[in-house]
Design a protein around this ligand. Structure first.
Ligand SMILES: CC(C)(COP(=O)(O)OP(=O)(O)OC[C@H]1O[C@@H](n2cnc3c(N)ncnc32)[C@H](O)[C@@H]1OP(=O)(O)O)[C@@H](O)C(=O)NCCC(=O)NCCS
Length: 227
């Protein structure tokens, strides 16, 4: 593989020119994957850059390569690292892992006491999250801030989420809890299991998609079976 070097930076107002490229790529990637996405405007991305709540990756000659930003919910009790995107030409270079590590560090610095969570359908993201210390949780363990859940309204799977009273959907919920006991043996074992194999995540994503979509087609079944 060609050796490309990237700069991974906390984004600031000097990076606003990249906002439209980023939102276009977010929309194109969601379309290509046929998955849902919480839509973001270039202005929203720019506000994150102004606030110093985003990480951007650029090539050494200034080409945009990747992005991710921080959102705080429930008066800062919860933080989400959202909108992870890597430009298609720079995928599989380990860039998502580097960006996620930086945004995680930035989140811990800005919100040291907050729980950090993510909702994703992506096996790659699940693997990176578990390396950072996230564990899979139920939706009930996430923020109940309505503003966060409003972000799901633009997702193609919103109906499924609502039919489950916001307790499940195609996305898997993962959480990093800074106050979790460090020696909690079961959690550590679970984390180690998840770290091992990307195939495990791939299988989980396929299974969840199959079950959730099947259930959503049969409302009666959806009422009686809960994943
Ligand atoms: C998902 C995405 C961010 C991954 O970016 P990337 O820079 O290619 O990822 P990395 O190179 O850092 O890979 C990290 C790990 O995930 C694996 N991986 C990457 N893409 C994968 C995929 N599509 N399916 C399964 N595994 C994948 C890599 O093999 C690597 O695992 P390993 O090092 O243990 O072998 C990128 O494909 C993307 O932007 N996709 C569209 C947007 C998206 O899905 N965002 C996530 C929303 S939650």
């Amino acid at each position: 593989m060609e050796n490309i070097s990237f700069q991974i930076l906390v984004a600031d107002s000097s990076h606003k020119e990249y906002a439209e490229t980023i939102t276009d790529e977010m929309a194109n990637s969601a379309k290509a994957r046929g998955t849902g996405i919480a839509k973001r405007s270039p202005e929203y991305i720019q506000s994150k850059m102004d606030e110093g709540k985003a990480v951007i990756a650029l090539t050494s000659d200034g080409k945009w390569a990747g992005f991710c930003y921080i959102e705080a919910w429930g008066h800062g009790k919860y933080v989400a690292n959202s909108g992870l995107i890597v430009s298609p030409e720079f995928r599989k270079y380990g860039l998502a892992r580097k960006i996620k590590r930086e945004i995680f560090k930035l989140s811990r610095k800005k919100y040291p006491d907050s729980k950090i969570f993510g909702l994703t359908t992506g096996a790659a993201v699940m693997k990176i999250n578990s390396e950072l210390g996230y564990i899979p949780v139920s939706y009930a363990d996430l923020t109940d801030d309505n503003e966060f859940w409003k972000g799901c309204q633009s997702c193609v799977n919103y109906e499924i989420l609502m039919s489950k009273n916001r307790q499940n959907c195609l996305c898997t919920a993962m959480l990093f809890d800074p106050n979790a006991k460090k020696n909690h043996i079961e959690e550590i074992a679970l984390r180690e299991d998840f770290k091992k194999e990307i195939k495990l995540f791939d299988r989980w994503v396929r299974l969840k998609k199959y079950v959730m979509l099947k259930l959503s087609k049969s409302k009666d079944s959806a009422k009686s079976i809960f994943l």
